[in-house]
Write a protein that binds this ligand. Structure first.
Ligand code: WQD
Length: 323
């Protein structure tokens, strides 16, 4: 098949592009380069610079490149920013998806893999989150991902689209230093930044109802996220009309902030830097860990990389970017 990957010049998108290309699929990247970078697009893969709000351009690219399926990764993803700029987040994430679906329907393309997020669950009160755990997003960002899933389900019913919404848990690591995350919005890069500045890493709250009092998350290597997309793309290739899958993409293993910080200090050789406990960050759930059973059953996919591989490759990427 021939896949259009929106957001393919971004951190996660670039890993997905490689996984698809290495898996023998044809790929075209579509990216507005607002946070992505053309350097991340491999030689031989066409890059079209454009907005997900530009229906005519999207439809033209789909037709010109004989696209048969879309992997939609482009989107805004900062939780705090979404609280400040909800209209922008709804426009880019929800209107952008609606625009893409219009272009797909007009051009007769009916396969879609969509980047969703564990943010749709909000504060789940369960040990392992399944896809049937109620969704109660706590931020406009999480709302836009849930609204996107609903829109896709409706389009699958009305227009026969075959779709898979992948709910990513906490993505980390890189396949190569130059593909690493350039943002400093998540635990691992935030600890690197503190260490580089000579500051103590911060632990946001140690009085949660968890074994060591710090929040527990399900960290997953970006290469495993990428292989889940390849598996989903293949699953959709011969799926019946109207198939609409929703799948957690996590490892099914919880790690506490304290455990993560300890590992980061070990990998960076900075055991001297004792973490400091700060107040809780508003909106953080005590525990968000996936059940990965459905993805295994539907896609035959499981995660392969461990925490040290994530932290070590993230650290190589950080040193590549920051000298
Ligand atoms: C992890 C844990 C922090 C920094 C967010 C989005 C989610 C998804 C992934 C996009 C939390 C703690 C952090 C620090 C800390 N994004 N922490 N000290 O909040 O689980 O998920 O990113 O899809 O939707 O909500 O990830 O990496 O920000 O935080 O103690 O310096 O680390 O409080 O418990 P989070 P995170």
């Amino acid at each position: 098949m021939s896949w259009l990957v929106t957001g393919g010049a971004g951190y996660i998108g670039a890993h997905v592009v490689r996984a698809l290309a290495d898996g023998g699929e044809r790929v075209v990247v579509y990216d507005d380069l607002s946070t992505g970078s053309a350097d991340r697009v491999p030689d031989g893969v066409p890059l079209v610079v454009g907005s997900v709000l530009d229906e005519a351009l999207l439809e033209g690219v789909i037709r010109d490149h004989a696209v048969t399926g879309v992997v939609h990764i482009a989107g805004k993803k900062q939780v705090a920013e979404s609280v400040e700029r909800p209209l922008h987040y709804y426009r880019e994430n929800v209107t952008g998806l609606a625009t893409l679906l219009e272009a797909m329907v007009s051009a007769g393309v009916d396969r879609l893999v969509f980047s969703s997020s564990a943010a749709v669950y909000g504060m789940p009160d369960v040990d392992l989150v399944t896809e049937d755990t109620p969704c109660l997003p706590l931020s406009p960002y999480g709302e836009t991902k849930l609204a996107g899933e609903w829109l896709i389900d409706a389009a699958a019913r009305a227009h026969g689209i075959r779709a898979a919404s992948l709910r990513y848990f906490n993505v980390a690591g890189a396949a190569a230093p130059e593909l690493s995350d350039s943002g400093v919005f998540n635990l691992i890069p935030m600890v690197f930044e503190r260490l580089e500045a000579g500051d103590a890493p911060r632990v946001f709250g140690d009085d949660y109802a968890t074994p060591d009092g710090t929040c527990v998350r399900d960290y997953i290597h970006v290469e495993d996220i990428a292989s889940a997309h390849l598996a989903a793309a293949r699953r959709l290739a011969d799926a019946p009309e109207g198939t609409a899958l929703t799948l957690n993409v996590g490892r099914g293993e919880g790690s506490s902030v304290r455990e993560m910080v300890d590992r980061i200090l070990k990998v960076t050789g900075r055991q001297d830097a004792a973490p400091r406990v700060s107040p809780r960050r508003p909106g953080d759930a005590a525990r968000v860990v996936a059940s990965a059973d459905r993805a295994r059953a539907e896609l035959g996919w499981t995660a392969r990389h461990d925490l040290d591989a994530m932290i070590d490759s993230a650290w190589q990427g950080w040193r590549h970017r920051h000298g």
